[in-house]
Design a protein around this ligand. Structure first.
Ligand code: AMP
Length: 283
């Protein structure tokens, strides 16, 4: 099934629920890859009816970002969804999601103050707004998001909690290339040289994870190791490397329990983000 309007999508979701099916939602911007496919599989495990949304949301691109060149591969995306046994695709156009006069945005404060927030003005408002709209348009039982976009996942969890939205948010592990690079639609922007270099991000994160598991507890020392590892691999602009509390996303002074190491780095013209858990031994 291919739905283009909110009315069709809402009716489709309700029909599945009336037939007794749990409905799972996988929001995406298309240019689908194995990371997206893993969310579809997780949804299929829990839900009899799975909807994937494909919408390149203009509101979540900051000024000067890659909205126009963002990859759009609708035919391939529909084939991949069919192969994954997805029940329906929701593919609205911009006018359907943002009718003339749309004047409401959703802002999640605190969680968006750091990390990617200040670097991408308006981005998380755009994300929170489209996610709230999708949850209202398609009243699914559960929605599946990747840990790859860790800050986004926490923003969505908070949004749902704060606005009492009746939907379960399921976080799914990051899917990686064999050399460790996290899959991303934006990896298409990497030249072959940049692509080879990009493996340094996950390598640096895994090495940091190892040092933490051996008992290193000082975030500054770990962060400096990560920076060195990335810059040793070639030219790169490190936007940030931080070790934060997994819930509040505030920087940790010492790694005692659970933490999350998160980074954003420019390699060539491509902005890459990645993150891993940082758990102190015995935590
Ligand atoms: P996007 O199309 O990039 O907006 O991503 C749609 C969903 O797929 C988001 O929940 C992402 O976190 C998730 N996702 C993207 N890349 C990956 C990946 N490599 N592994 C797991 N989930 C991913």
């Amino acid at each position: 099934m291919l739905w283009k309007t909110v009315a069709e999508a809402r009716e489709g979701v309700r029909t599945a629920q009336r037939a007794g099916q749990r409905v799972g939602l996988v929001p995406t911007m298309g240019a689908l890859h194995e990371g997206h496919a893993s969310l579809m599989r997780a949804a299929r495990r829990d839900c009899g009816f799975v909807v994937v949304t494909l919408f390149v949301n203009p509101a979540q691109f900051a000024p000067g970002e890659d909205f126009n060149r963002y990859p759009r591969t609708l035919e391939r995306d529909l084939d991949l969804m069919a192969a994954e046994g997805v029940s329906a695709a929701f593919v609205p156009d911009a006018a359907e999601m943002y009718p003339r006069g749309a004047a409401t945005t959703v802002h999640v404060s605190g969680l968006t103050d750091g990390l990617c927030g200040p670097l991408r003005p308006g981005h998380f408002d755009g994300v929170a707004t489209i996610v709230a709209k999708l949850f209202n348009a398609l009243p699914a039982d559960a929605a599946y998001f990747g840990e790859k976009d860790y800050q986004q996942l926490q923003v969505v969890r908070r949004l749902v909690r704060d606005l009492n939205m009746p939907i379960d948010i399921i976080g799914c592990p990051t899917v990686r290339e064999p050399d460790g690079l996290a899959l991303s639609s934006r990896n298409a922007y990497l030249s072959p040289t940049d692509r080879a270099q990009a493996a340094c991000l996950s390598a640096a994160l895994f090495e940091a994870q190892r040092r933490i598991s051996e008992g290193l507890r000082d975030p500054a020392a770990i962060i400096s190791g990560i920076r060195k590892c990335i810059l040793a691999a070639g030219p790169a602009v490190i936007q940030y490397v931080e070790i934060v509390d997994p819930q509040t996303l505030r920087p940790l002074n010492i790694i005692e329990g659970e933490g999350r190491i998160i980074l954003a780095v420019l390699i060539g013209t491509c902005r890459l983000i990645d993150n891993v858990a940082a758990t102190a031994p015995g935590a």
